[in-house]
Design a protein around this ligand. Structure first.
Ligand code: NBP
Length: 474
């Protein structure tokens, strides 16, 4: 065989990834279940590099140099298992299968273990950046073994996005670590978009700005600490006019957000790990609630505020910028904490600084402040929460008062801001010296004899609530 690497699954993502490989000088063998896609790719883009079309997976495998490297870019789930099964029968020990689809990390762990038994490497790889990223340079989050990364890592680093001369690709950790990190990336993406959407809503409903004016606000915000791809495209979407009606584009789009499931996966895993991601959960639930059309209809006549919310502060727009920044920080803190918890649980030893570094480019949540997050974890790999980092603690202490004003204003105006307010509650919970969990423990002991610990001495205790209310050590 002569091809350096193979790609099977040539829809949007796989086709663009194959072109990216070819444009970077790798002769790439290409295959798709329906061969018309393979032919279309080669006829439309054959001049971009060396493509070796294959009609079957066996042909694809035959055309590869050894050890063979095959990237699977098919629909996640059963299709991926079917392709893996067929490929595994054709490959030899030492060959590498890389799955670039949005697999659930538990599936990746299962597949990696099964293929390892057969002497094959399996590299579950998170790829972010959508269609354009796949072609021009995505952010790449590979899992799998160190040996496999030694082989395929340099190729991935070559086709990844680049920031300050460094590739947005790092070996995240063994087995499912790559897909786990990609899942959390998507969860953070949910939270980030929800916070942006709430900010837009408040600028409109409270500050009375029109979408085109709000686009300007986001354009200005994109010059500072908030600089990010999502803020940049928010200005684009808000500035767009529907060509058919002449109305702001955002007004002709139905207000029901959809989801493909990675946000839900993130929240479910966070629940299993016992590591809270309220900002991500609020974002997932906000999408679900926006889609609960019938419930919204039956509740539509419930009253809003009966007292006028009062004069909007002249500094409201600046306050909102601070609130958005603070809540965004809280969401990232939650995402990184969750990765850290999983890393411990599965023994992955994930490099958090490296993760922040590879999210600086190529992916949807790319943002200026990821530089600072990378720096925070580089200088203190044991950092327990991002908000406790010196730099971010200083930033959030400057934002928090404005953040409180915004959450108060939103509540007074009757504008839902679940992300902004939940972020603030997360912040206040973490900094509190005493929490009412003490009362929760008391209640649990009252109805279920679940016992409690005391602040003044070790051990577990139970109060005889239905007796003389004396305390017993248990
Ligand atoms: P799709 O997720 O739409 O999948 C289409 C591809 O899967 C086609 O090549 C199709 O072949 C193939 N396929 C299917 Br469907 N069932 C198959 C089977 N049983 N055996 C073999 N091939 C099968 O493609 P995509 O949007 O390019 O995404 C590819 C992967 O990348 C997905 O896992 C996706 O979640 C992930 N991803 C997507 C994005 C994005 O922005 N779209 C970003 C990051 C990751 P056919 O042509 O013969 O039907």
């Amino acid at each position: 065989g002569t091809a350096a690497i193979g790609v099977t699954g040539l829809a949007t993502m796989g086709g663009n990834l194959a072109r990216n490989l070819a444009r970077n000088g790798y002769p790439v063998a290409v295959h798709n279940r329906t061969s018309a896609r393979t032919e279309a790719l080669v006829s439309e883009h054959g001049d971009e590099g060396v493509f070796v079309p294959a009609g079957t997976l066996a042909e694809l495998v035959d055309s590869l140099q050894r050890p063979r490297q095959v990237i699977i870019m098919v629909k996640a789930g059963g299709a991926t298992d079917a392709v893996i099964d067929e490929l595994a029968g054709l490959l030899e020990p030492g060959d590498i299968i890389l799955d670039g689809g949005n697999a659930h990390f538990a599936d990746t762990r299962r597949r990696e273990a099964a293929l390892r038994e057969r002497g094959l490497h399996f590299v579950g790889t998170g790829i972010s950046g959508g269609e354009e990223g796949a072609l021009l340079g995505p952010s790449i989050m590979p899992g799998g073994s160190v040996e496999a990364y030694r082989q395929v890592g340099p190729v991935l680093e070559n086709i990844a996005a680049e920031v300050d001369g460094a590739p947005c690709c790092v070996h995240v950790g063994p087995d499912g670590a790559g897909h786990f990190v990609k899942m959390v990336h998507n969860g953070i993406e949910y939270a980030d978009m929800q916070l942006i959407a709430e900010s837009y809503d408040l600028l409109r409903a409270v500050a009375g700005l029109a979408p085109a004016e709000i686009a300007e606000v986001f354009r200005t915000w994109n010059q500072g600490d908030l600089e990010s791809y999502l803020i940049e495209i928010t200005a684009e979407v808000l500035g767009h006019t529907d060509p058919e009606t002449g109305a702001p584009f955002v007004d002709v789009v139905a207000d029901r957000a959809e989801q493909k499931g990675t946000g839900r996966w993130t929240v479910r895993e966070a629940l299993e790990l016992g590591d809270p991601v309220p900002g991500i959960a609020e974002a997932v639930f906000a999408r679900a609630l926006s889609g609960a059309v019938r419930q919204r209809e039956v509740c539509a006549s419930l009253p809003g505020p009966t007292e006028p919310p009062g004069e909007v502060r002249s500094g409201f727009v600046d306050d909102l910028r601070e609130a958005l920044y603070g809540a965004k920080l809280a969401a990232y803190a939650q995402g990184f904490s969750m990765i850290s918890a999983a890393s411990e649980q599965y023994g992955w030893n994930v490099d958090l600084a490296g993760t922040a570094r590879i999210w600086r480019g190529g992916c949807i949540i790319r943002a200026r402040f990821l530089d600072r997050i990378a720096e925070a974890y580089r200088t203190r790999p044991e950092l327990l929460n991002l908000l406790a980092d010196d730099y971010f603690a200083e930033q959030v202490s400057r934002s928090q008062q404005a953040w409180r004003r915004v959450v108060g204003t939103a509540a007074a105006a009757g504008v839902p801001a679940p992300g902004l307010s939940s972020g603030l509650a997360y912040y206040d919970t973490l900094r509190a010296s005493r929490l009412p969990a003490a009362l929760v423990q008391g209640l649990r002991d009252y109805f279920g004899a679940h016992t409690y610990q005391r602040v003044d001495r070790d051990g577990y205790f139970h109060t005889l609530w239905s007796g003389d209310r004396s305390e017993t050590a248990s």
